[in-house]
Design a protein around this ligand. Structure first.
Ligand SMILES: *Cc1c(COP(=O)(O)O)cnc(C)c1O
Length: 378
């Protein structure tokens, strides 16, 4: 069996080991310590959002942001339907009602026109949304300005899910800038990783200070353990922050390589009938975290699932696009605005291996495996 090509495996820079050694030598093996402080500071400088708290996951970051806003039962939270569940499950943890917004075809991200419609409906019902959560899908920023134009007049906080978008840009700004807060993820499959981890970033110092307190069991400032609210155990460990610092150093290189991989796939496969690639919005620059294709069964003579299974038989991992949240059994009772665009993207969408450590030989192997399906019409 040939060596497996994974969808998006971790790719170390080489500097992580040194940093981890430093952390071990200092005996700061706890959550908290100088590596965490330094990682937060360096991350804040990189993204241009002044206040950051390093956490155990991106999901935890979203949970704390919603908790800080006081989201709870009876509240409505509006979110992108085409996303990963970690984006929206925190609203469910807190007992809020989720309503999902479809994407548009140009960006595959939250459609601001549908968002406006849903906000208007909420206001008519006398239920101003407690938060709006747009996802930066596969590294492409949502159209922040259009989304903020809908939300800002009503004072609705926008929590940007930039879990997949580290290193991406919206106009000249880094992904995640401009909302009430942004979340990032350092899960093992993301463009940079700490094995598991996340960051909550905001211009609002009070939000980050509260999130930091909530992330360590909401301990009050007393010598003994005093609690006036319930918190969580969500802090990032000092050892993992050491890995994060090593990864952050090479983020720009990783973005350049992901974009190269995208261009390679596009130039090698782009002429096959019925295949197309995720468009890049003119307002930004995607990190191309994953190369995502659409395979039209009518024009291609094959389909996404045949291609996926063919690659799997050659020990190559690929994956369907996120299944829209409004189609998830667990959210069957939730309202959705639009829905057909993300459903169609899901039906025909395939994410190709995009790890930055892939070799030219790996890329050729994936492309050969895909091209086969256009020769053999079964
Ligand atoms: C990965 C991801 C998350 C959650 O991050 P974790 O660190 O895995 O909890 C949230 N939203 C999106 C869009 C993601 O891709």
């Amino acid at each position: 069996m040939k060596q497996r090509i994974f969808l998006s495996p971790p790719h170390m820079s080489g500097r992580e080991q040194e940093r981890v050694q430093e952390a071990l030598a200092s005996n700061y093996i706890a959550p908290l310590g100088p590596m965490v402080d330094a990682f937060e500071k360096e991350f804040a400088e990189y993204v241009g959002i002044p206040h950051c708290v390093a956490l155990s996951s991106g999901t935890a970051a979203m949970h704390l942001a919603l908790r800080h806003l006081g989201v709870g039962p009876g509240d409505v939270v509006l979110a992108s339907s085409l996303t990963f569940i970690g984006s929206v499950s925190p609203a469910s943890f807190l007992g809020a009602e989720l309503r999902f917004i479809d994407c548009n075809e140009m960006t595959w991200n939250m459609d601001p026109v549908l968002l406006k419609k849903s906000v208007d409906d909420c206001l008519r019902e006398g239920r101003k949304p407690a938060a709006v959560i747009p996802t930066d899908l596969y590294g492409q920023c949502a159209d922040y300005d259009s989304i903020l134009a809908v939300c800002a007049p009503h004072g609705i906080p926008v929590l940007i899910d930039s879990a997949e978008a580290m290193g991406s840009r919206y106009r000249r700004r880094h992904a995640g800038c401009g909302g009430a807060a942004a979340i990032f993820s350092f899960n093992g499959n993301k463009i940079i990783t700490t094995s598991g981890g996340g960051m909550l970033a905001s211009e609002d110092k009070a939000m980050i200070e509260h999130a930091r307190k909530l992330s360590t069991q909401a301990r009050e400032n007393f010598p003994h353990y005093e609690h006036v609210e319930i918190g969580y155990n969500y802090r990032m460990s000092n050892v993992l922050a050491a890995i994060g610092r090593g990864q952050l150093e090479v983020l720009d290189q990783r973005v350049a390589r992901r974009r190269e991989i995208f261009e390679f796939y596009k130039s090698t496969l782009g002429k096959l009938p019925g295949i197309s690639f995720m468009p890049e919005a003119d307002y930004g620059k995607s990190n191309r975290w994953l190369t995502v294709t659409q395979i039209d069964p009518k024009r291609s003579g094959t389909d996404r699932e045949k291609v996926r299974l063919g690659l799997e038989a050659d020990n190559v991992e690929s994956r369907p696009i996120w299944k829209p949240m409004h189609r998830q059994p667990v959210f069957a009772a939730c309202r959705v605005y639009g829905g057909s665009v993300s459903e169609s993207l899901f039906r025909n969408g395939l994410c190709l291996p995009s790890g930055t450590a892939m070799t030219a030989v790996d890329l050729e192997r994936v492309c050969t495996g895909i091209k086969k399906h256009w020769g053999l019409k079964d």
